[in-house]
Ligand binder design. Structure first.
Ligand code: ADP
Ligand code: ZN
Length: 741
């Protein structure tokens, strides 16, 4: 049959293809014989679109229409004979697509593991088990195993028979390659079979819950079975996780499933271990470091109901759990829940919407709740449960604001900080130094001609990396070797200005030559594995001093770290982004939570040139709660989120005039369609007005009523897209942006 056939007497099928296209497409079902019965909403199909083959999902049928004389293409193949996505999930996707103004096909594709998006069939699940062989045991005895991972795996295999894939999936390192090696060496044997599930024998926690925890649990459990967003507001160590676990157990014993979101996996190894201990193989794990086959098996376990808990990062919010009973979002304030490129959704917000649509509770845990959550508590939309005690009798951290004006600093370190470091190190304790700037120095100036090297593609200075003798642009990755810099700007003439983690590391190495020092930032840590190793070394006290960026502010949960030095508390106070302060406050409170564990007195030293800065004072003197109360009132006065909804439209082009004229056009379109409901600024140059050779502008839209975002922008979005196509530029829309620069 020709692909173009008349659609008389056949089904018209609406398909969302997995591509960044805003419209859905109609196709014709192949024939009207029995096969048609297999065409179901939520099944994948292969279709031809603009001369290439695409995979998509069936969204609806338009039924038979004898009078129809549209020419439609046939569906090339129906891939699934039963729906791969439920109507509930498709409805969620459709909501998210319209709320974030993002192509629906791309939203739906997030709900499937990678290979399924490409149209592969769901692999049938064969169960394999792994056992240690006699040769393997001998190798363990004689110490013949080289490679830490092979050794760890072999120990696992030796500890029990018939290890299933779930056992390996709970490991946090890449286990596939070393396991294959073990099989190749005949130290391990792989056979088809059922795993002995030692893991499923779960152990109840040993702690006796305190009265705050028991009452928190009973309040949450009273509301199971209805939509009830609740903030669990408790400092680090106040026992939130124990509360989650108790509630989870109740939900699971009622036969329901749980979605548990956390911001980052590498940092939360302890938490995963606690999950495994408590809930064994009922936990499916999903995060970016998981392989394709692991994702598929996690997805399958969730959909089939084999997994009672899905524990995962941002993208886990899109996995179907047909029997969902409660959602938990740990560290709900964390910026990692927001996706910054492509589809700019917030997993925390999707979680809340999902809970609402499923009529189940959602628990938002944090020691420093986001302003959105605080505003919802204040208005009575969310409940709040506070945990004020710390059951483990943690010693409070003493915070000292250290005025460094006029002091001589050694690469940013004051003598006072150095002395405190000596003191803590002398006691055999560990020290963390925090500076949110990687590289050696943010600027390099030529003392001869005064030239400061900036990126030729971005409005940004190049960052100096001393050890590599190179300058790098942090925005586009452009690299300039020092050797290539012009004659006047010779090595000896170049002077670094400002601080970076590399220069602090160099200084600390000189000050404490006998100590082990590790640097944790995006330059030193290239993979989850290397991060893992460093964290393990800190835990095993093989490292005395850690120097790091915000990478180390989360989840650094080590008893022996007793001193945290914040090298430069000022850098965040003077950002023009309205959220910078909130983030600083969260960061400081979170960092403080890292010191003073295990009964040892903790200390935090904040170096600043502005000791009287009111924001800093408020954070230090009144704590997060006092600070946030006032800061929220300021946001309300200034008509900023969370009191208004914000949308940003960004545009960029190599042609300097295009972004501005495009955004002016967008503004006109929006005002035409929405009247006075939207407040639209004129096009503003982005803080970094040029990046990667492109000129960048943005339009800030404020809306008093959240529902007006969809109502006003939605009908205009295709016009905006057409305008962008006409003017030829890149553009993007960001609903509830986290970063407004
Ligand atoms: P959070 O999640 O708020 O940081 P956790 O639940 O992880 O707190 O608790 C911190 C530590 O205190 C953990 O080691 C936990 O086992 C312990 N803990 C929690 N509740 C109690 C309790 N009621 N009694 C004793 N120890 C507790
Ligand atoms: Zn650049």
């Amino acid at each position: 049959m020709s692909p173009q056939s008349r659609c008389i007497g056949k089904k018209i099928v609406e398909v969302a293809v997995f591509a960044p296209l805003r419209s859905t497409f109609d196709y014709l079902s192949e024939s009207d014989n029995e096969e048609n019965l297999n065409i179901k909403i939520g099944s994948r199909v292969r279709v031809s679109l603009r001369n290439s083959e695409r995979i998509g999902i069936i969204l609806s049928f338009s039924g038979f229409d004898d009078s129809c004389d549209r020419k439609l293409k046939n569906i090339l193949e129906v891939i699934d004979n039963k729906p791969i996505l439920s109507k509930k999930m498709l409805a969620l996707a459709s909501w998210a697509a319209s709320y974030y103004h993002h192509p629906i096909g791309e939203v739906i594709s997030l709900m499937l593991p990678g290979t399924l998006r490409k149209g592969h069939r769901i692999p049938c699940s064969k169960n394999y088990v792994w056992n240690i062989s006699q040769a393997g045991r001998d190798a363990l005895k004689t110490g013949a195993v080289n490679g830490a991972r092979q050794l760890e795996l072999l120990h696992c295999l030796a500890s029990k028979p018939n290890n299933g894939i779930e056992m390996f999936q709970s490991l946090t390192f890449a286990w596939q390659a070393p396991l294959t090696k073990l099989v190749e060496k005949c130290w391990a044997i792989k056979t088809e079979g059922e795993a002995t599930d030692v893991d499923s024998i779960t152990s109840k926690s040993q702690v006796v819950l305190n009265s705050e925890q028991t009452s928190a649990i009973s309040i949450i459990e009273r509301n199971l079975g209805k939509f009830c967003p609740t903030a669990l507001y408790g400092v680090t160590g106040s026992g939130k996780t124990e509360v989650y676990f108790e509630v989870m157990e109740t939900v699971i014993s009622a036969g329901k499933q749980i979605l548990f979101l956390l911001p980052e996996i590498a940092l939360t190894k302890h938490l995963i271990a606690r999950f495994r201990q408590r809930f064994g193989s009922q936990v499916a794990l999903l995060h970016s470091a998981r392989s394709n086959s692991e994702r598929i098996s996690a997805w399958r376990d969730c959909v089939s109901g084999k997994a009672s808990i899905l524990l995962g990062t941002r993208s886990a919010v899109w996995f179907d759990l047909p029997n969902l009973g409660a959602i938990f979002v740990d560290e709900e304030h964390d910026g990692a829940y927001k996706q910054y490129d492509g589809f700019k959704y917030s997993a925390r917000d999707i979680a809340i919407v999902r809970a609402k649509r499923s009529n189940i509770p959602v628990i938002l845990g944090s020691a420093t709740p986001s302003f959105e959550t605080l505003a919802n508590i204040k208005s009575g939309k969310y409940g709040v449960i506070k945990l004020l005690e710390r059951p483990r009798a943690l010693v409070d951290t003493r915070t000292e604001v250290l005025d460094v004006r006029g002091l001589s600093l050694k690469s940013g370190l004051s003598n006072m900080l150095i002395e405190r470091m000596q003191y803590h190190l002398h006691l055999g304790q560990q020290v963390v130094l925090f500076l949110n700037r990687r590289g050696y120095a943010p600027l390099l100036i030529c003392r001869e001609c005064g030239d400061i090297r900036s990126c030729y593609r971005c409005d940004a200075y190049l960052v100096y990396y001393k050890s590599r003798r190179i300058l790098i642009c942090h925005h586009c990755g452009y690299k300039l070797s020092l050797a290539k810099i012009s004659a006047c700007c010779e090595d000896q003439n170049m002077a670094p200005i400002g601080l970076g983690t590399e220069s602090i590391e160099e200084e600390v190495k000189q000050l404490f030559p006998e100590k082990n020092i590790a640097r944790v930032d995006r330059d030193s840590i290239k993979s989850a594995d290397s991060f893992e190793t460093i964290l393990r070394n800190i835990e095993e006290k093989k490292i005395d001093i850690v120097i790091g960026t915000q990478m180390i502010s989360k989840g650094l949960d080590f008893e022996n770290v007793t001193l945290v030095g914040v090298i430069d508390a000022d850098s965040r106070l003077y950002s023009i982004d309205f959220r910078a302060e909130e983030r600083l406050a969260q960061l400081l409170v979170q960092v403080t939570g890292r010191a003073g564990r295990g009964g040892k007195a903790g200390e935090m030293i904040l170096q600043t040139h502005r000791p009287d800065n009111p924001v800093l004072r408020r954070i230090i003197d009144d704590g997060y709660e006092g600070y946030s109360g006032l800061a929220l009132a300021e946001r309300e006065l200034a008509q900023l989120p969370p009191y208004v909804s914000m949308v940003i439209i960004r545009a960029e082009s190599r042609q300097v005039s295009r972004p501005k004229s495009f955004l002016l056009g967008v503004k006109k379109l929006l005002e035409k369609n929405s009247g006075r409901k939207l407040k639209v600024t004129d096009p503003i140059p982005a803080l970094m007005a040029q990046r990667s050779g492109r000129h960048r502008y943005l339009l800030v839209i404020r809306v008093m009523k959240k529902t007006d975002i969809q109502g006003c922008i939605g009908p205009t979005i295709l016009d905006i897209e057409n305008l962008a196509r006409k003017i030829k530029l890149r553009w993007a829309i960001d609903v509830d942006p986290h970063d407004t620069l």
